[in-house]
Structures are given as C-alpha cells and as structure tokens.
Ligand binder design. Structure first.
Ligand SMILES: Cc1cc2nc3c(=O)[nH]c(=O)nc-3n(C[C@H](O)[C@H](O)[C@H](O)COP(=O)(O)O)c2cc1C
Length: 306
C-alpha cells in the first residue's frame, strides 16, 4: 500500500479547513492501493528549531530535539515514510499559520539528507475573512521548495466559493493518491534543482521571487548580491571567490535571457546561478564561522556546473 500523510493545521474540529481536509482525504481514498494517515498538528508537540545545526553536521542528518519532530519523533517518522503529503492550513494574518510554519521549519533535516526529495506534496489554504489564501499557498510553496518535494500544486480557498474549493480539494486528493501510488510502485523520482524552478512556478513564482531576493526588489543586475559582493571585495576565501565569480556569470546571463524573453532558459540558468551562490555563501560565511562543515552533497550540488 502507498501511504498519503494528510496533515491538518486547524484546531477547529468542524471548521472550513477541516471540511476541505476531509474532502481531500476522501479523494485520495478513492484510489485503490492507497491508505490515508491523518494527522492534526495540534495533537503533536513541535518546538521551534534551535539552529544547533546538528542535522547538518551529523552523518545521519537527524534532529536531536526530543519532541515529535525530532529524529525519533513520531511525526517526523511519519513524514519520512510517506509516499506523499497533503497539508490543509487555515489562513492567518494574510499568510500560512504559525503551526504550519513550525512543522515545515522542523523538516529542515530533510534538506541535508535529501530524504524526501521527490516525494509528492500538495497544499490547501483556507480563508473566510479578508482573504489572502493565494499568498498563503505561496508561503507554503516557498517553505517546502528546498526539500525538493515534488510539488503537485495548491488549492487556495475562500468561504465565498467554498463549494468549488471542496471539489478542488477532492481533485487534489485524487492527484496526490495517484502520485503516491507511483512513488510506491516505481520508486522515488528525485527532483533536480532545475526542475524545482519549473514545478514551483505556480502559485509561487520562484523565478521572480529569487530575482527580487538577489536585488532587494530592484530587479537590476547591478544590484544583485553576487555582483555587489564582487565589486566591494567582500569575499575573502579563495575557494569561495571562485564559486562566487561563476555564480555571478550565471546570474548575469539569466538577466540577459529575461531581456531577450527566453524565459525557459532563464529559469535553468538562474537555478544554476542560485546553486552556485548558495555554495559561495556557504564557503565564505557558514563553513568556518557557523556550521563547521562543508555543505552536504544532497543539497544543491554544483559538481555539474563547472
Ligand atoms: C489569528 C488569525 C488570523 C486570521 N487571519 C485571516 C486572514 O488573514 N484572512 C482571512 O480571510 N481569514 C483570517 N482568519 C480567519 C481564518 O482564516 C479562518 O479561521 C479560516 O476560514 C479557516 O477556517 P477554519 O478556522 O474554520 O479552519 C484568521 C483567523 C485567525 C484565528
């Protein structure tokens, strides 16, 4: 049997989010060979990450906290063994809820182990007041991007079109079940960095968001962090500088491709540039001063980029 872990982040037992969650579970259960394991985050103890970085340093990439998302925690291990995850979240303060953020934050060890890379994932965000369900869905996409989850999409719902939301939640459940079945029967298909830039482009525009981050919103190459760092001679370590220069070249190329409206190629090139930028900052800032080890191989490998 394939297992879909369905996660509910609302404490309201018969609320809007709970109803959508149930419909998604029903959708998944329609598919033979799939079992749905339900979880309400409010029944679990999840502390915030303490940034001790043991999960990066240790070979098994395990969190040492003793709660339900630690290495031996019952929720962490459910996630680890799943063939797919659906998350249903109420919209709080125009974004995803704090408990969802906490849950996803504590999945940090999976970045370093690569343990859930390729696992199917989908989310539902439900609002009933001013809205912002779309942005809440984007929040979740952004938070799970680095795990390499195979993103199946999001269902942003508002009470004002709840019936349509229920139907879409059910469809997401079905889609998830099919993907989970494939995961179980054919084995995990991992997601490459370049693929991530494509599969996360809806509802969260990862390309635009990454460009904004690089330039603090100006969207001008001259303002991009690698370009500024090179100009200002900020990087000191030789092994970091070499990667920074390569990152800068790629990012310059991505900006040029956008000008020429070659968006598909620009996605790939920016993905490469961002992996190099991650490596360069790791070597300059993290390796000696914060973490004490080289970047684990599972996370954004750059071997093919030189
Ligand atoms: C702290 C808090 C913040 C909220 N923020 C929003 C919001 O930004 N937009 C909105 O439409 N509803 C907001 N709501 C309402 C919830 O989204 C509402 O609970 C939602 O419909 C989810 O359904 P449920 O609580 O029945 O699961 C908020 C509720 C709480 C408790």
């Amino acid at each position: 049997m394939a297992t879909v872990v369905a996660v509910l982040a609302s404490a309201r037992k018969k609320g809007w989010t709970q109803q959508l969650f149930e419909r998604a579970c029903n959708g998944a259960q329609k598919i033979q060979g799939v079992e749905v394991e339900t979880v309400n985050l409010h029944d679990y103890e999840i502390s915030s990450c303490k940034a001790c970085f043991t999960c990066i340093r240790s070979e098994d990439h395990i969190c040492t906290q003793k709660d339900d998302m630690g290495g031996k925690g019952r929720l962490f291990n459910k996630v680890k063994k799943a063939n797919g995850i659906i998350l249903a979240d109420p919209v709080f303060l125009w974004g995803s809820s704090a408990l969802t953020h906490l849950f996803l934050e504590r999945m940090y060890p999976f970045i370093w182990s690569g343990g859930i890379n390729g696992m199917p994932f989908g989310s539902i965000s439900c609002a009933s007041n001013s809205g912002f369900q779309y942005q809440a869905s984007q929040d979740i996409a952004k938070q799970v991007f680095n795990f390499g989850l195979r993103y199946l999409g999001a269902v942003p719902v508002h009470a004002s079109y709840f019936d349509q939301g229920l139907k879409e939640a059910e469809k997401l459940g079905e889609k998830m079940a099919m993907a989970a079945l494939k995961d179980q029967q054919e084995g995990r298909q991992t997601v490459t960095d370049r693929e991530k830039f494509r599969i996360y482009s809806q509802p969260w525009n990862v390309f635009r968001s990454y460009m904004e981050s690089l330039t603090n919103g100006s969207m001008k190459f001259e303002d991009s962090m690698p370009q500024r760092a090179l100009k200002n001679g900020v990087f000191q370590r030789e092994e970091a500088l070499a990667v920074l220069e390569k990152a800068n070249e790629k990012i310059r190329e991505a900006f040029e491709l956008v000008k020429r409206q070659e968006y598909e190629k620009a996605h790939d090139v920016l993905s490469d540039g961002s992996a190099l930028w991650t490596e360069a900052t790791w070597r300059e800032f993290l390796e000696l001063k914060v973490i004490g080890v080289k970047k684990p191989k599972a996370y954004r490998p750059i071997d093919d980029l030189f």
